[in-house]
Design a protein around this ligand. Sequence first.
Ligand code: ADP
Length: 167
Amino acid sequence: MKRSAICPGSFDPVTNGHIDIFERASKMFDELIVAVFHNPNKKPLFSMEERVRLLSDATQHLPNIRIDCFSGLLNQYARQQETYIIVRGLRALSDFEYEFQRALLIKKVDPLIETVFMMTSNEYSFISSTGIKELAKFGGNIKGLVPDCVENVILERMRYLDQQTEC
Ligand code: ADP
């Protein structure tokens, strides 16, 4: 039987912290499904389609990764994909509380589903999509924090938004 897992997230946009988790998690499974989901609590910078495209471009070097998107309940999506393992990355204590609640909630709804956590690597522990967007918005250097193919797309989007607010 094929062992697969889902790595769900907003990925708005994908960062090198995410890529590090994908690279490490993809070694443990036959297939890793990276699924962009609609988080109603976040107003995204990039559309679902754009985030899927950026993820596809940034994971070309990982052959057993499939990029997908979904909205709705994660456990239902997992069942559709016939996968019972959810992989989430953990950075600091602040991530832990949210992730802990979320994992327990999913378990309550669907006891078959297991959430496993992967600790961030030291060099990426401070990277978040929100932080990258803030840095880019105010002209900070995001090189090395996001995949090379994503860097310009973020900078262009920020320039576009700046022009819109000037008009
Ligand atoms: P969400 O809206 O679900 O939190 P994110 O795109 O912010 O989506 O994060 C997706 C997953 O990646 C989460 O499990 C998050 O904790 C993890 N993650 C984000 N940044 C990093 C990082 N720098 N190192 C490790 N894991 C990370």
